[in-house]
Every structure is written in C-alpha cells, then in structure tokens.
Design a protein around this ligand. Structure first.
Ligand code: ADP
Ligand code: MG
Length: 694
C-alpha cells in the first residue's frame, strides 16, 4: 500500500511538479506571476501549457477544462480533449498557451443577474495561477475566473481575489506604520465542513431528498440526539470506509484534510482541512463538496450537504476560520509577545471588530439562503444576530483600555499600548463560546453562520473587504500621528467605545439576548428575504465600489440572483411537497384506511370488538381530510407567489405564504405516521434514514 506522503498531491500540478517539468527561467517567471500577480507572457504560457499537458497525459488525463465557479454556487466545467486530427486518421495531443490562459465559454445559460444580454452571450474564463491545476476524473482542471465580455465578474472567484487584493493593500499600509515592510498579506481560511450520510437505497425512495436535499416530511424517530452519544462517538465501519476513501481522493488532490469525526446529530459528520490561503481554501472546499458526494455514491451512501436535512435534529454548517498572514507566515491575529507586537495585534483586532459591527448586515447577507434560514436562530446554530465573542481575558484587556483602569488580574498600573505586554491569552478551544456566530479563538476568528452547502467565497469577500476598509481608515489617522503610540492608544480606545455593542460574550441561544441585541441596535435579520435588500444599502455599495470589488452592476446582479434563487428553491420544495402528498401520502393513507375498514366490517360481522380499527380509521380519515384541505391552500398560496412580479415581493410571498403552509402540511402528514402500518407508508422513516447506516 502506498503511503500518504507518496501520493499526496499526486494529481496536482504543484510547485514541485513545476520545478521538475519547467526550465528554471520559465519556472521563475511563472512563480513571479503566482506570487506577485504579474501577467504571464504568452511564450511562457505556451511552455507551461505544454508541460502541463504532458504531465496530465502521463497521469491518465485525456481532456482539459477551465474549472470555474459561476454564481450558481457550484462549479462548472466544459471538457475539451487534447486531440488534434493529423493526416492519415491519426491524432496528436495538443494544448496551447492561449488555451491555458483564456477560454470563451458560452455564458448565456449561467445566472448573470442582468449583467449580460443574451445577444452578447460570450463570457471568458481566465486562469488563476495562484491556484494549482489538478486532474479530476481524467480531466486536467484549470482553476479560472469567469467574466462577461465587458470584464464584469460572473463568478465567485473574481470578487474573492479582488477582496484579497484590497486587504493586501490596506494591511500592508498599516504594517508600514509598525515599521514592517512585507511583500504580501493574504487572508487564510480553514473551513470545517459538516454533512450527513444516508443509505443510497433509502435516499432513492425519497423524492424530497432527491429534489430538495432535505426531508419535507417525516415524524421524528423514537431516538434523536438527546443522549449526546453521537458527537465524537465511535465511527461506524461503513462511514469509516467512506472517510478513508474520501481522504485518499482529497489527499491526491493536494487538499490538507486533517480532522474527521461524528457530529451531534445521528448520521452527521464533520471534515476539516488545515487552513490555507483563502482563494485556495475556497477552491478546495468546492472540490471537497463534490468529491464527498461522488465517494459517498461509490460506497452506497448519499452525502447530504443541505443545512437542515432533518427536522428535530441539528442542521449542518460550515465554520469559516479566518485570519490574515504575511508572506513570511506571520499571523496578524496572533497576539505576540512584545509590546509592539501586542499593539499591532490590537489594531488588527479593532479592524475586525469595527468591520463586523459596521457591516453586520453584509455578513448576514453572505450566509443567507433558504436552507440556512432553518438553521440560523434555531437553538443549535448561531443566532441570525451577528455578534463577536472575545473571551474574558481579551475582554478584560479591552475594558482596561476603554476605561483607563488597571487590568483585573495582577496589574497595578494601567495598560499602555505600545509599551506594555498583554497578559497571556488562552488558545484553549474547550471552553470557547459555541453559541457565537463570530468567535475569537486565540489567533483567528471563527465565523460560524455559514451554511454547509454554501461556497465560502461570499462570506470571505465581505469579511476581507470590510476589514480592508477599516484598516484604511486607521491608516488614514495614524499616518498623520505625531506621537504614534499615544494616538494608537486613543484610536483603539475610541474604536472599543464606538463598537463594543457588537461584542457579546454571553449565551447567544438565550432568549434574553434577542432583547438585549435589539436594545444595542444590532440587526436581527431572521430570514433571507429580510436580509438580502441590505446588499444594496448605500454604505455597502460604497464599500464595494471604493475597494474595486464590485461595480454597481455587479452588486445588483448578485442581489437579483440571490432573490431569484431563494424563490426558486422554495418553489421546488412546494412542488415536491404537493407531488408527494398527491401521489404518495394521500393514496397510501387511502389504501390503508380501506384495509382497516375492510377488517372492521369483517370483524363486526363476527361480533368482534372493533375499537382499534374504528378509532384509527377515524384518525386517518380525519387526517386525510385535513391534509387535503391544507394541500389545497398550499396550491393557492403557491399560485399567488408564482404570480408576484417584483423580486422582493416574490421571495417575501414564498417566505410568508408558502413556507408556513408547507409546514402545516408536513405536520398533518407526520401526525399520522405512527398510526399507519409501516408497510403502507410510502417513504423510509426518520429512524431508517438516521440510523440505517451501520
Ligand atoms: P475546532 O473549531 O473544531 O475546535 P480548530 O480550532 O482546531 O477546530 O481548527 C479549526 C480550523 O481552523 C482548522 O481548519 C484549522 O486549520 C483552522 N485554522 C487554524 N489556524 C488558522 C489561521 N491562522 N487562519 C485560518 N484558519 C486557521
Ligand atoms: Mg470550529
């Protein structure tokens, strides 16, 4: 058996392969492109393409594709083989520099939110050389950005790269003030991915899972997660086999998969990679989600990435661990040991605090989706209110600065920024606040509100840009400072005073937090239709346009797509609900009630007691009537929602009128499940789905 270190990254055209396959001149100029974003010369591109093709063919590839991330949230690829006809019916394998650096896919069938008229359907893809090419299913995949012909971003990668550029610029500007001249500052992310596994044969019997990724019906099984025996529990053999298979595939693709464990809900699991540069982490997370689903099928399982596949047990999220790091690998959210390092840390910390407070709406928008609405605010996931957890040690430091009081512990004198050393801050992950959507965990922040199926790009675009904005604001002030340490101290103090409302170290699941958050003026945007309009808020448009992340058209496009997507998702769910009720549940209930009534009549003739048959027949018969009635109402609400013309009105109608009827319908169906002979019930039960994999 091959050892991991032998095959790790074997399907990646990584630095080692580049060094191996390219002349040192070509390697150097490609490296420059990768590290400094310099444009790639076409002769260099030709040589790189040739080497890439040879390497790919050696490793079994026959095709190449520009692999990109349109605004659907999933990835896209169009395969072209390397073959080129030769005289005499032969072929040669070719791949040119221009095919490597640029592609021109027809963009007309991707969501564009009005960015592109169909008459100018062409879009183009451009290689992102900062993310390595890789081979997946015999296809050489080249990570690319996807733009319209006029250069507007039609994807999730382009704005993410732009936001990293913005942060790079601002962070370097601030570091200069501390006498540090670094080449680059990049943001880093380690996304923890939660998911469910169910048996494939059971999955195939549930239209709701097939069409919507979540169960729209299903009474809770006798057992759920109440015994708390699943979290970190022993991993079942079939699940372990899946995990082993998955790890191997991801390691081949150079993805640093590190942690695997059972999560809180039965059938729920987590995978976490070691963190890396944000755009690579985003690419890797997309690949991870894709490979998880493929490997699951190979193992007779289905991987559910939906945020809330089952009612009554926890849903799935994606924890976005985020920090900033210099090219020398210095983590800017690491408190450090000297007074100057501490001062610098506090300033970067302030930038994050101010950013999260001022752009809490954007962070909320970045995690908004129909699926995540079932998670946020429920007592299992962070609330829809965005707040920051700092922990008591760091809170004490901020209190001391804000109030000019000595640190609670030990210190007799006041803390002077730039002159004093901070007390040690724990990096202990055990007692950290799990109820906070945005928690400081010693040397990074963990944004916990992302949905499990989401691309991480959007959240990081918001975060990077907002922090860049605050760093610029700080630099503006401090560049003029006469007494740097004094003004730094004042700036930090002022920031704490003005933005401490966003800091909440208490229990985010507590009901009282909602009232307190309201009193503090924090937003509580419970649903996607309520959150999305904040995209277009003046201050947010200004933020994006000044930092060159989105122009107004690009923001508008994202807003339109998100609104439409929400309405489409709920529409599909409602149609699936109706389909299941009409074709599965009502006929099954009707059949079972006939069986009961037949038995009842026969028994009665013999003079036997028919209490059971009678009472259950009555419950089912009443239930059928109720289901029929609610179903008719759902059909009406659905029609109303479908008719709505306005974007906002439409998604609001789905949220306010359609979803509640779906919930009523579910309740009516689920309440009958325990009365019906299991062999009549048309779909696998929660018990089978949640506990079926051994
Ligand atoms: P958990 O949250 O489950 O307790 P950890 O806190 O150990 O797990 O790590 C979670 C993730 O945070 C991992 O993917 C890890 O690589 C990542 N991480 C650690 N340091 C950083 C950093 N500086 N920037 C971004 N992510 C980081
Ligand atoms: Mg975590």
């Amino acid at each position: 058996m091959k050892q991991v270190q032998e095959y790790f990254g074997s399907m990646v055209f990584n630095d080692k392969v580049m060094k191996d396959k390219l002349s040192s001149d070509v390697y150097k100029s490609l490296k420059k492109t990768i590290q400094e974003g310099k444009e790639l010369d076409i002769t260099v591109a030709n040589t790189v393409a040739q080497a890439m093709k040879d390497w790919a063919i050696e490793n079994g590839a026959t095709h190449y594709t520009h692999w990109f991330q349109p605004m659907t949230g999933v990835t896209a690829e169009k395969h072209d083989s390397f073959i080129n006809p030769e005289d005499g019916g032969a072929v040669i394998m070719e791949f040119k520099g221009k095919e490597l650096v640029k592609g021109e896919p027809d963009a007309s069938s991707f969501p564009s939110g009005g960015l592109r008229a169909t008459c100018e359907a062409r879009g183009y893809t451009a290689w992102d050389p900062t993310s390595y090419a890789f081979i997946k299913d015999k296809v050489l995949c080249i990570p690319t950005a996807f733009c319209s012909y006029t250069g507007e971003a039609l994807d999730k990668k382009t704005p993410l790269l732009r936001s990293m550029q913005a942060l790079n610029k601002s962070a370097k500007r601030v570091l200069k003030l501390f006498g540090k001249d670094v080449k680059t500052v990049k943001t880093t992310v380690g996304p923890e991915q939660e998911y469910f596994l169910v048996d494939e044969s059971l999955y195939n019997k549930r239209k709701d899972l097939i069409y919507t990724g979540r169960t729209l019906f299903g009474a809770m099984a006798p057992k759920g997660q109440e015994l708390e025996d699943h979290y970190f529990g022993v991993i079942k053999p079939r699940v372990q086999a899946f995990m082993n298979d998955l790890n191997e595939e991801l390691w081949k693709l150079g993805i640093y998969v590190k942690t695997e464990h059972n999560e809180v809900a039965p059938a729920q699991h987590e995978l976490a990679p070691v963190f890396t540069t944000t755009n690579i982490a985003a690419d890797h997370n997309q690949i991870t989600m894709e490979i998880m689903q493929k490997v699951a099928r190979r193992n007779g399982l289905v991987c559910l990435l939906h945020e809330k596949p089952f009612k009554g047990v926890n849903g799935s999220g994606k924890h976005n661990n985020w920090s900033m790091s210099t090219d020398k690998g210095v983590n800017l959210l690491e408190p450090g040991e000297t007074p100057s390092e501490n001062a610098q840390f506090l300033l970067f910390l302030m930038a994050v605090i101010k950013a999260v407070d001022e752009y809490q709406d954007l962070l909320r928008v970045s995690v908004a989706s129909a699926g995540n609405d079932f998670r946020l605010g429920a007592n299992e996931a962070p609330p829809a209110i965005i707040s920051i957890f700092l922990g008591s040690e760091l809170q004490d430091v901020l209190d001391s600065i804000e109030n000019d009081t000595p640190l609670k512990e030990g210190g007799k004198s006041l803390l002077r920024i730039g002159a004093d050393v901070l007390p040690p801050l724990p990096k202990d992950s055990t007692d950290r606040n799990r109820t906070s959507p945005f928690a400081f965990t010693g040397n990074k922040f963990e944004f916990r509100a992302l949905g499990s199926s989401d691309s991480i790009s959007c959240a990081n675009i918001m975060l990077n840009t907002a922090v860049a904005e605050e760093l610029d604001g700080f630099a503006e002030v401090l560049e003029k400072a006469k007494d740097f340490n004094l003004e730094l101290h004042e700036l930090i103090k002022k920031t704490i005073k003005e933005h401490k409302r966003i800091i909440f170290n208490g229990n985010g699941y507590d009901e009282s937090w909602k009232d307190e958050a309201k009193a503090r003026g924090l937003l509580n945007l419970k649903t996607t239709p309520e959150a999305l309009p904040y995209y277009l808020d003046k201050k947010n448009v200004r933020l994006f346009t000044t930092h060159g992340i989105y122009n107004e058209n690009e923001i508008n496009a994202r807003y339109i797509i998100a609104q439409e997507h929400y309405a489409k998702v709920v529409n599909i769910e409602a149609l699936t609900c109706l389909d299941m009720v009409n074709k599965d549940y009502l006929p099954a209930l009707s059949k079972y009630s006939k069986a009961l009534v037949d038995t009842l009549v026969a028994k009665k003739e013999l003079g036997l007691n028919v209490d059971y048959e009678y009472s259950v027949s009555k419950i089912i018969s009443d239930g059928i009537y109720k289901i029929f009635d609610i179903k008719t109402k759902l059909e009406e609400s659905l029609k109303e929602a479908q008719k709505e013309e306005g974007l906002e009105e439409k998604s609001m109608a789905y949220m306010e009128k359609v979803l509640p009827k779906m919930a009523d319908l579910r309740e009516a169906v689920d309440s009958l499940e325990s009365y019906v002979d299991a062999s009549y019930w048309p779909v696998p039960s929660y018990g089978d789905l949640l506990f079926g994999v051994k």
